[in-house]
Write a protein that binds this ligand. Structure first.
Ligand SMILES: *[C@@H]1O[C@H](CO)[C@@H](O)[C@H](O)[C@H]1NC(C)=O
Ligand SMILES: *[C@@H]1O[C@H](CO)[C@@H](O)[C@H](O)[C@H]1NC(C)=O
Length: 311
């Protein structure tokens, strides 16, 4: 029995070397246990990259039915306002602390060890970081939607609130939360993690869903609807300002960013969660609706009041 399990594990490790893409792991994620109904310790459904798919398949990793496998009741990715939260970026749940008590986890996303200045001019493929070295790692992001029902999450209400430049890189990855992020509704919010690698393979994207909630919130101004980011490496004044959507690229439908030609370094342009598309590093503090809902309601009332006086 033990030997059979070990063989299955070794087979998965081998499969892992060819399929070793990356996802962010946390008990608040969708598809944590896979889609078989059993708890799959070596689960890796969510690491699958998304490329040239219809929207129902790429949106929140719908292709494997992940949106129908929410986290266990009470499990949320907790976002402490003004502080940081941590996820594990890995190629397989087996390489994280979520499986085997973390026995197969290392500092890196694939459970192995590498030099601190890991650099492969022809692209690092183990782990599949889609980069030559740390400085080339494209950046990843978390977005939040104030909808408790995943069916009501849309590209417009799913707004990027945190960006980490030079990721994915190591397994343990922390993201900063805007201090002004308001509390979620009773049933919680939904969050998503995303990555668009910069070259080193198929020009695809990654997106996956979490249940999340904000802790220690003190502000009530809502997050504004997100606008699509644009490529603005050569002209920072052209960047989309304020609340931004996640980037949807190279799909059959639903794309919200298009690029052509070469970037400043001479490589084909690849949208990324970094300054090239107008994302600052860390907490995105400019995503809130200016003028709270309350102020807007007061303004509307005043207007009606004065109109009333005129008649
Ligand atoms: C995943 O498996 C674990 C361990 O068996 C269980 O506690 C948890 O409830 C499962 N999660 C879901 C979403 O089914
Ligand atoms: C990282 O990779 C890029 C692209 O190959 C290269 O130009 C750069 O010199 C490398 N940086 C380091 C620190 O090795």
């Amino acid at each position: 029995m033990f030997a059979r399990h070990l063989l299955a594990f070794v087979a998965l490790l081998q499969a892992g070397t060819t399929l070793a893409h990356l996802a962010a792991w946390h008990d608040g994620m969708y598809c944590r246990n896979g889609t078989s109904g059993a708890d799959e310790a070596n689960e890796y459904t969510t690491v699958k990259p998304l490329y040239q798919l219809p929207k129902k398949d790429w949106w929140l990793h719908g292709l494997d039915g992940c949106t129908r496998f929410p986290p266990a009741p009470g499990k949320f990715l907790e976002l402490p306002a003004g502080k940081e939260f941590t996820v594990e970026i890995a190629s397989n749940r087996g390489k994280t602390s979520l499986s085997f008590n973390g026995r197969f986890a290392s500092n890196w996303p694939d459970g192995n060890n590498y030099p601190e200045d890991y650099n492969v001019p022809s692209c690092i493929t183990s782990p599949n970081l889609h980069a030559q070295n740390y400085s080339q790692a494209a950046g990843t992001a978390f977005a939040i939607s104030y909808q408790s029902d995943i069916e009501r999450v849309t590209p417009e209400n799913l707004v990027v609130f945190s960006v980490k430049y030079h990721t994915p890189w190591k397994r343990i990855t922390t993201y900063s939360v805007p201090a002004a992020l308001p509390a979620c509704p009773e049933g919680g919010c939904h969050c998503a993690w995303a990555w668009i690698p910069n070259g080193c393979g198929q020009p695809n994207m990654y997106q996956q869903a979490f249940r999340c909630r904000v802790t220690g919130a003190t502000s009530t101004a809502p997050v504004a609807p997100g606008k699509p980011p644009v490529w603005c490496e050569d002209n920072p004044s052209a960047c989309t300002k304020g609340a931004k959507q996640m980037m949807y690229w190279n799909q059959q439908e639903g794309n919200n960013i298009w690029v052509q030609g070469l970037d400043k370094s001479g490589s084909p342009k690849s949208p990324a969660y970094n300054s090239k598309c107008g994302f600052s590093e860390g907490a995105q503090n400019d995503i809130f609706a200016t003028g709270s809902g309350k102020e807007r309601r007061c303004a509307a009332k005043t207007k009606r009041g004065s109109a009333g006086r005129r008649t």
